[in-house]
Design a protein around this ligand. Structure first.
Ligand SMILES: [Zn+2]
Length: 353
C-alpha cells in the first residue's frame, strides 16, 4: 500500500486505544424474576468467554482510581458488578467468580441486610466475599427513587432525602463491611441534576444502568453499565457488548419534541418524542450511526453539519426508557451509546410509589 495512503487510512479509522465495559447483574438464578435474572448456566458461559478471550477483569476500585487519574484502559477491559445484594450472588455467582479469580463489586442497599431478609446476602456473606476479591458499594438504604416524583416537587426536601440515603448507608457499610468503595449505583438507574449534584458534593462516583462502553473521559457522575438479565445476556448479545467501544461523540445535545435544546432527560408528559443531536469530530465524521428506541423502532436520521439529528417514530412510554445508538467499528466491533429518558405521566409523575 502507498505510504501516504496508508497514513490517511489510519487517520480515517479511529484506533482502538481505550476500552472499558462495566457489566451489571442482579440475580444469578433460574427461579427469581426473569427481568432481573440471568441463569447460572449463562453466567458460567460469560465468565468462560472473558477468560478464553483474554479479557482483563479489573476491580471497580482499580477502575475508579484510574478514572480519577484520567488513565487509559487497555483494550478488552471489563468490570463486573451486581446490584441489590441478592442471595444468589453469594450462593451461585461467588463460587464461580472465585474459581476464575475475577474481582467484582456488589452495590447493596442496607435496609434488607440489616433486617436479615432471606432473599438478600448477610453481612457475613459480604465479608467472606470481600476476602476473595469483592468490593462493596452504596445502593442507598431503602432503594427509593432519587429523582423527584413530580415535575412540581419542591427541591429542598428531596436533597435532604438523597443525602441521608447515601451518607447513612455508607456509615453502615463502613461499620459492618470491608473493601467499601465511595461509589453509588442509582436505584433503578435513575438520576437527575439534583441527585448527581449530591453525589458530586459527597465525592462519590455514580453508576447508572444505561448501556455503553466508557469513553476516555466519562462523566464520573453517570457512568454507563450494560445490564445483563431478562432479554439481555445471551452469548451473542454478551459478546457484542463486552467487545463494544464508547461512541466517540464530540458533543451531545438533547432536544425536546419541537427540536429545542433541553438540559436534562426528565421529560414533561407532552414531550413524548425527544430527539438527539450527535456531533462528531473530524476523524469520526464518517461513522454510520443508527439509533433505536426501547421498542426497537429505528430513529429517523437527518444529516447535519458535523453530525446527525435522530428523531423517533414512536412515542416514549411513561417512565424509564432509552435510545440505543451503535456504529460499526474496526474488527467487527461496535461503538455503543445509550441515552436514558424518563417521561412523566399526564399528572406530572415520573414514577408510581
Ligand atoms: Zn437496585
Amino acid at each position: 500500500m502507498h505510504k501516504i495512503f496508508g497514513c490517511l487510512l489510519f487517520l480515517l479509522i479511529s484506533p482502538v486505544t481505550h476500552s472499558l465495559v462495566i457489566l451489571q447483574y442482579h440475580h444469578i438464578s433460574d427461579s427469581t424474576p426473569k427481568l432481573t435474572s440471568l441463569s447460572p448456566d449463562l453466567f458460567k458461559q460469560h465468565l468462560k468467554y472473558l477468560k478464553d478471550n483474554n479479557f482483563q477483569v479489573l476491580s471497580l476500585d482499580a477502575v475508579i482510581k484510574s478514572l480519577h487519574k484520567g488513565e487509559k484502559f487497555a483494550d478488552k477491559t471489563v468490570a463486573i458488578t451486581f446490584d441489590d445484594g441478592y442471595r444468589s450472588v453469594y450462593q451461585t455467582a461467588f463460587p464461580l467468580l472465585k474459581k476464575y479469580q475475577f474481582p467484582f463489586t456488589i452495590f447493596v442497599h442496607t435496609s434488607p441486610i440489616e433486617h436479615q431478609l432471606s432473599q438478600f446476602v448477610s453481612w457475613q456473606n459480604l465479608n467472606e466475599m470481600a476476602k476473595f476479591g469483592a468490593s462493596i458499594a452504596n445502593h442507598t438504604i431503602h432503594h427509593r427513587h432519587l429523582i423527584k416524583k413530580n415535575i412540581h416537587d419542591k427541591k429542598k426536601l428531596r436533597k435532604t432525602m438523597i443525602m441521608a440515603e447515601i451518607v447513612d448507608s455508607q456509615k453502615v457499610l463502613e461499620q459492618k463491611a470491608s473493601n467499601v468503595l465511595k461509589a453509588l449505583a442509582y436505584p433503578y438507574g435513575e438520576f437527575d441534576q439534583q441527585a448527581t449534584a449530591v453525589v458530586k458534593q459527597l465525592g462519590f462516583i455514580g453508576f447508572g444502568q444505561h448501556s455503553g462502553g466508557l469513553s476516555q473521559k466519562p462523566d464520573l457522575l453517570t457512568i454507563p453499565r450494560f445490564p445483563m438479565g431478562g432479554a439481555y445476556g445471551d452469548m451473542q448479545d454478551f459478546a457484542i457488548k463486552v467487545n463494544s467501544l464508547a461512541m466517540p461523540i464530540e458533543q451531545l445535545i438533547l432536544l425536546n419534541s419541537r427540536g429545542n435544546p433541553i438540559h436534562h432527560h426528565l421529560l414533561d408528559s407532552i414531550d413524548k418524542k425527544p430527539r438527539l443531536k450527535i456531533l462528531l469530530n473530524e476523524i469520526d465524521k464518517n461513522l454510520q450511526i443508527s439509533c433505536y428506541s426501547s421498542s426497537g423502532k429505528k430513529l429517523i436520521k437527518k444529516v447535519i453539519e458535523k453530525g446527525f439529528v435522530f428523531t423517533p417514530q414512536d412515542n416514549l412510554p411513561v417512565g424509564r426508557s432509552r435510545y440505543n445508538c451503535t456504529a460499526a467499528a474496526k474488527g467487527e466491533r461496535f461503538y455503543w451509546f445509550s441515552q436514558p429518558w424518563i417521561l412523566a405521566d399526564e399528572q406530572g409523575n415520573f414514577y408510581r410509589d
